[in-house]
Design a binder for this molecule. Sequence first.
Ligand code: ADP
Ligand code: MG
Length: 317
Amino acid sequence: MIFSQLKNLGVLGINNRVGRYILRHNARSSYPLVDNKVYTAQRAKAWGIAMPENYLIIENYGSLKHFETKIVNYDSFVIKPANGSQGNGIIVIKEVIREEKDGRIRLSFRRSNDKIMELDELKHHISGILSGLYSLAGQSDTAIIQQKIDKHPIFDKYSYGGIPDIRVIVFMGYPVMSMVRLPTKSSDGRANLHQGAIGAGLNLSNGHTNNAVIRNQVVDFHPDTNHTLSDLQMPFWREILELAARCYDMVGLGYLGADIVLTPDQGPILLELNARPGLGIQIANLAGLVPRLEKIRLEGESNLLARQRVEYSMKNF
Ligand SMILES: Nc1ncnc2c1ncn2[C@@H]1O[C@H](COP(=O)(O)OP(=O)(O)O)[C@@H](O)[C@H]1O
Ligand SMILES: [Mg+2]
């Protein structure tokens, strides 16, 4: 699809987005709350919004010293930078391997892509996170060791390696566009478009896929599982949208991207929030954000509950 066609669809250009919507609707003071995943988790807890459990928060090199005595307690986990984005710096460990040697336990770690990491490599990676290698502005950072969420069986044929996530763009508390992102071999357990995951647009009215892309190229089948992408129906659809809409009440950002994951037993939970969500979601849906944002600007009401706003969005988009 050529650029002029996308523009005619109302696809938001980068300057438009930053100038008109993000800057106007997002208070700077709220950014740290979503940019830092530790803060988001604290706020979500106070709001009764479920997120994966944070097992360990590593703030300095000193706490890495006795790392093995703590990590030995977990069977699987995810390492992520508190201030990261686009999947950078995230490692999914699906198995902790414990071997006894000379009366001591030796640890190694199986990644989502089956590569084995030794303890030293893992600590080296965490050091990199602390030094700010993956943080949004290059400042020193905190590493989070987080509970690994397992894949919901509905995604077995649609996802390779890791778990998919459902991105919902929420404007003034109203869901306006959504996609499910499906990990591929190349995205190594992460559902980020920049890592090579599939982005499949979802109809807001019913949670059914409409179109799918990898790196802006339309695809019909998952490249690793060969399964068609056109018949995926999101379970818990209304709950997913309500969870996203409630995140607006929680952090007060007018323009927000909520990343939601489906757990096998707990239903949808929040994974993280984004104050500057990417524009790829429009390509995934072959639809532009501008007309929807304008509609909410004209018709949106500020005194409705999340449930009522979702009702509106499901009817109108
Ligand atoms: N706790 C987790 N369990 C399983 N997979 C995860 C977990 N956290 C992140 N991932 C994978 O990594 C991707 C990116 O994680 P996310 O927290 O959204 O960070 P980022 O800000 O880099 O996008 C997710 O979409 C998911 O596929
Ligand atoms: Mg994300």
